[in-house]
Design a protein around this ligand. Structure first.
Ligand code: SF4
Length: 135
């Protein structure tokens, strides 16, 4: 199974378990930082998030919510269905970022300093010879 097939299969599996009750949205500490989510019905936001997992467009509030996710994990124990809601949110965020080849629907951060950071960290851990050969 490819990674894309796995993401799609896990999306469908979790979307099938989710009742869109909104418990995870109510528990989430990031809703004040997601445009439109504070004023929205939590169940409607969860419905939109679940729609993303079912290849749907989601809703503006759902997209704002999944974009704001910082992986606190507080949503998981709040789920009455015992779903790993944090993982489901992660999948929804990947989907919204275009993980399956679609155009991104939320901002995708690119760290332009990623390579310099890796090299700086490597210089702390590699020998002079390893640095000369590998960096
Ligand atoms: S993940 Fe759980 S808490 Fe969140 S909407 Fe679905 S069933 Fe409700």
């Amino acid at each position: 199974m490819t990674l894309i097939e796995h993401i799609r299969a896990e999306s469908a599996r979790l979307a099938g378990l989710c009742t869109a009750c909104g418990g995870c949205v109510r528990a989430c500490p990031m809703t004040p930082y997601a445009a439109g989510v504070g004023a929205a019905d939590p169940a409607a936001v969860a419905f939109g998030m679940r729609d993303l997992l079912r290849d749907g467009p989601g809703t503006p509030a759902a997209l704002a919510w999944v974009a704001a996710c910082t992986r606190s994990g507080i949503c998981t124990p709040a789920c009455p269905e015992q779903i790993d809601a944090a993982f489901m949110l992660r999948l929804a965020q990947w989907r919204a970022k275009g993980a399956l080849g679609e155009a991104p629907r939320i901002p995708v951060k690119e760290d332009t300093q990623f390579s310099p950071k890796v090299k700086a960290f490597a210089r702390l851990t590699l020998t002079e010879q390893e640095q000369a050969e590998w960096l």
